[in-house]
Design a protein around this ligand. Structure first.
Ligand code: 5AD
Ligand code: SF4
Length: 487
């Protein structure tokens, strides 16, 4: 947990400490002094806009970034333009990169009107040398660039930028250490993500993540448990344990050797489940190849673990799965699902599917549809294959023509949506626990929450319910969400 006492103890009139996080606390305080003066110069409170693309990992990183900037003296704004604008980028598919260049173009003119505005970029796209080169050459108005491995160094980098007035670019190829005890600003007071591990060692042949997030590193279980206990004491009732592949948690740690205190993911779940005051546990993401029977047992035994499992399929064709380097076949995946359902008949399964991987034939695609029909996912994230340079799949022959991919994509979406609406319809009339998360964006008489299985429910209610778990009768299903009444 973030330790204010340690931060307060840091003396900024001396040299910067060598050790982290003290070193970063030092620069946070230094930046804070500067921000007070900057605010006087600007004549208005300093604002920040932290914009996040991509996955839960990025969302978590943005919580850390926001907390640091808030301590320094920036206030969050909903506006896309602010005194400090940061884009936390994603590069899993090409569209995400294009979006960033579009937004930078938009910011350029605003910065002309407000030269004291600062623009920063971080996240996965910044781990790609070509992209950083392009920013360096063609986007001189970007002030700060850092990567996924040195987020904790933001205070030091920011201080260096404001002192020099020059742009600072600092991207590391690999992580050096896991720095604990930095602040985090939760988007919701009652739920948050917890990193349990970083990086990915799987090298699925289409995926850029292992190149931009580096090798797998697991945090020490005691650090994780202590963080969660601290969060629960601070009002958190739901946690999402985060990792690119949580099932391989504990197999690799920061400095090479696995210490004795390390546990498997199943053991960690059991420990987290004993934390008093915690109500719901979720996790993301599981690779089917590493999902052990022990984990299935742990999930079914731990009452706080939600009735939801995200189990990326990617393709239903064993031939394509092999080319994807996924290490399972269609039959093994279906067998795994059968074992999961046997232990937990009520579990909701969701998945990720890629359409149009190089060499995918109509017959391969039919295999994917077949798995979708057999498993009956509650919902599925469907993606059109995007060629990422540097990955093995980018060099593969037989890239599938765009029109073919589009047509398959629509067929898949239709099948997924049809099944999803059938599954939600089955629950209408039943009563279930809903964690109320926020006011409904469209209708202020409604609140929105989630079932344990992650389905969204809207019902009449007010602000006082936010963060509470209430019993709701599900009265109507709308494809992939419900309307309900609190009972
Ligand atoms: N093209 C399309 N989808 C991809 N994903 C990862 N890489 C690519 C790519 N190159 C999808 C996978 C993964 C999800 C997070 O993004 O389905 O599970
Ligand atoms: Fe990418 Fe595969 Fe790692 Fe997931 S498991 S991040 S798809 S390489």
């Amino acid at each position: 947990m973030f330790d204010f006492a340690r931060l307060e103890a840091v003396n900024i009139n001396q040299e910067a400490p060598e050790e982290n996080p003290e070193r970063q606390y030092y620069f946070m305080k230094k930046c804070r002094e500067w921000a007070k003066e900057e605010e006087m110069r600007a004549g208005h409170p300093l604002t920040m806009s932290v914009q996040t693309l991509g996955c839960q990992m990025n969302a978590k990183d943005s919580e850390k970034i926001t907390a640091i900037l808030e301590y320094i003296g920036y206030r969050e704004t909903e506006e896309p333009v602010a005194d400090f604008v940061l884009y936390n980028t994603c590069t899993v598919r090409e569209n995400a990169n294009l979006k960033i260049y579009g937004r930078l173009g938009y910011l350029k003119n605003h910065k002309k009107a407000n030269p004291s505005m600062r623009i920063a970029l971080c996240g996965c796209m910044m781990q790609e040398e070509d992209e950083v080169e392009r920013i360096r050459k063609s986007y001189p108005f970007v002030d700060l660039v850092f990567g996924t491995h040195n987020i904790y160094k933001l205070p030091e980098l920011f201080y260096s930028q404001i002192q020099s007035g020059r742009r600072v670019i600092d991207v590391w190829k690999e992580a050096e250490e896991i720095v604990e005890d930095l602040p985090g600003k939760r988007k919701y007071p009652f739920k948050t993500g917890i990193n349990i591990m970083f990086g990915c060692n799987n090298f699925c042949s289409y995926c850029i993540v292992p190149y931009v997030r580096g090798r797998e590193r697991s945090r020490e279980p005691q650090d994780i448990l202590e963080e969660i206990r601290g969060l629960v004491a601070d009002g958190v009732t739901e946690v999402m344990l985060l990792g690119q592949n949580v099932n391989s948690y504990g197999k690799v740690v920061t400095k090479g050797q696995v210490p004795e205190s390390m546990m498997s993911f199943a053991e960690l779940l059991r420990e987290v489940n004993t934390i008093q005051g915690l109500k719901r546990i979720r996790f993301m993401t599981s690779h089917p190849k590493d999902l052990s029977q022990d984990l299935i047992d742990a999930m079914s035994e731990c009452d706080k673990v939600c009735t939801h499992l995200h189990l990326p399929l990617q393709s239903g064709s064993s031939a394509i799965l092999e080319k994807m380097n996924r290490h399972y076949t269609k039959e093994q995946y279906l067998d795994l699902v059968a074992r999961i359902r046997k232990k937990m008949p009520d579990i909701s399964l969701t998945t990720d599917i890629i359409v149009g991987f190089p060499g995918e034939t109509e017959a391969d695609f039919e295999e994917t549809l077949d798995v979708v029909r057999r498993v009956r996912y509650n919902s599925a994230y469907t993606f059109i294959y995007s060629k990422r340079s540097g990955t093995p799949a980018a060099a593969m022959e037989n890239q599938v023509p765009a029109e073919v991919v589009k047509e398959r994509f629509h067929r898949l979406l239709e099948t997924v949506q049809q099944i999803s609406s059938e599954i939600t319809a089955e629950k209408v009339g039943s009563i279930a626990d809903v964690m109320i998360e926020e006011m409904n964006e469209q209708d202020s008489s409604l609140v929105t929450g989630r079932l344990s299985n992650n389905d969204v429910v809207h019902c009449k209610g007010d602000k006082s319910l936010i963060g509470k778990i209430v019993s709701v009768k599900l009265t109507e299903s709308k494809g992939f969400y419900y309307f309900g009444e609190i009972v």
